[in-house]
Design a protein around this ligand. Structure first.
Ligand SMILES: [Zn+2]
Length: 314
C-alpha cells in the first residue's frame, strides 16, 4: 500500500464504517466461525464481539431496544435469501435479520421495484445481526433491526450462486469527480425505486450519496414531497440505506425526529456536500486509533437479556 493511502485509509474507514459503505467488502462461501472468547463475561469485552457470535435470534417476543446506533433487537426475523423479486447478498455475513415489519417492507418494496422500475428485483445487503447490536465491521447503525441496505444495482434475471453473492461488486453510481451521478448507470428506474421506498409511511429516512440526492432533486416530477426523506450521507454510492421509524408499540425504541418539511434540494441544502474538503478530505495529521467499540455497559440494560437468552427455534 502506498504511504499516502495508508494514511488516508484509516480515516476513510472510520468515516465509511459509520455509513455502511463497506458493504462492498467481499465475503467467503465458507466463512470461518469466530473463535470463542477467552473471557466473555469480562465487562471490558466489546459488545460487537459478543453480538457477532450469536448466530440465531433470542428466544423472546419481538422487542426493539435502544437507538439505531446503540441498541439491539429480540425476535428478529430472517429475510429469506431468495424471493421472486429479491436476493440477499453476502450470505457469509449473516446479517439478513430484521424487525418483522422491515422484512415485510423489503418484500413489498421488491415487488414495487419490479412493477415500477422494471427491475427483475432488488439485491438486499446488510440488514442486521440475529440479535442486532454492534457489528465487527461495516456500520455504526443497523443495530435494532430497522435499517437495511439495498444495492443500487438491480437484481439480475437469474438466481445468483453463493460465490456470486460473495464476490460480485455493486455498481458505482457517482461520477469520478463526485459532483454528479454517472448517467450511464443511474437511470430513471433508480429514481422510481428510491421514490417507492421513501413513499412507504413507515420509512423514516433514506441515506444516499449527495450526488444521487442532487440527481433526484433535478429529475423528480409531480409529487416531490418524498424527497424530504432522502438525505445525503457519506458513502451510499453503491447502495442506499432505508431506516424505519420505531414500530408502533415499541416503547423501548428510541427514534429520531422526522425530517423538516422541505425537499432538501436548494443550493444551500446541498452546498456542504460538494465542498472540496468534503469530496476530497485531507488525511488526518495523526492516524486515528482503532476503536475498541462500546461495551455492554454502553448499551441499554435490556440488551444483556437479549444477548444471554437461549437461541430461538428456527
Ligand atoms: Zn446501511
Amino acid at each position: 500500500m502506498n504511504p499516502r493511502l495508508s494514511l488516508i485509509l484509516p480515516l476513510l474507514l472510520s468515516a465509511l464504517s459509520a455509513t455502511g459503505a463497506l458493504a462492498q467488502d467481499k465475503g467467503s462461501v465458507d466463512p470461518k466461525p469466530l473463535p470463542p472468547l477467552a473471557n466473555p463475561n469480562d465487562p471490558k469485552v466489546a459488545a460487537k464481539e459478543l453480538f457477532a457470535r450469536k448466530v440465531l435470534p433470542a428466544a423472546m417476543p419481538t422487542r426493539v431496544i435502544g437507538f439505531y446506533a446503540k441498541g439491539c433487537i429480540a425476535g428478529a426475523e430472517q429475510m429469506p435469501i431468495n424471493g421472486d423479486t429479491w436476493q440477499v447478498m453476502r450470505l457469509s455475513r449473516n446479517r439478513n435479520w430484521g424487525h418483522p415489519d422491515l422484512v415485510a417492507l423489503l418484500k413489498r418494496l421488491s415487488v414495487k421495484a419490479h412493477k415500477d422500475a422494471g427491475w427483475p428485483g432488488i439485491l438486499v445487503g446488510d440488514i442486521g445481526q440475529p440479535r442486532g447490536g454492534p457489528a465487527l465491521s461495516g456500520h455504526a447503525s443497523h443495530q435494532i433491526g430497522l435499517d437495511a441496505d439495498i444495492w443500487l444495482t438491480p437484481m439480475p434475471d437469474h438466481l445468483l450462486s453463493r460465490e456470486e453473492r460473495e464476490e460480485t461488486s455493486a455498481v458505482m453510481m457517482v461520477r469520478d469527480d463526485r459532483l454528479d451521478v454517472d448517467p450511464k448507470v443511474f437511470t430513471p428506474g433508480h429514481l422510481m425505486v428510491l421514490r417507492d421506498a421513501a413513499q412507504e409511511p413507515s420509512v423514516q429516512r433514506i441515506f444516499v450519496n449527495a450526488a444521487i440526492k442532487k440527481a433526484l432533486c433535478r429529475e423528480a416530477k409531480g409529487d416531490r414531497s418524498w424527497l424530504a426523506k432522502i438525505r445525503p450521507w457519506w458513502g451510499h454510492d453503491y447502495h442506499f440505506h432505508i431506516r424505519m421509524a420505531c414500530p408502533p408499540g415499541s416503547g423501548e425504541c428510541k427514534g429520531q425526529p422526522s425530517q423538516s418539511g422541505g425537499e432538501g434540494c436548494s443550493a444551500s441544502d446541498l452546498a456542504y456536500w460538494f465542498k472540496d474538503s468534503i469530496i476530497h478530505p485531507k488525511p488526518p495529521k495523526e492516524p486515528p486509533k482503532p476503536s475498541h467499540g462500546m461495551t455492554m455497559a454502553a448499551l441499554p440494560a435490556a440488551c444483556k437479556q437479549v444477548l444471554n437468552a437461549p437461541d430461538a427455534k428456527q
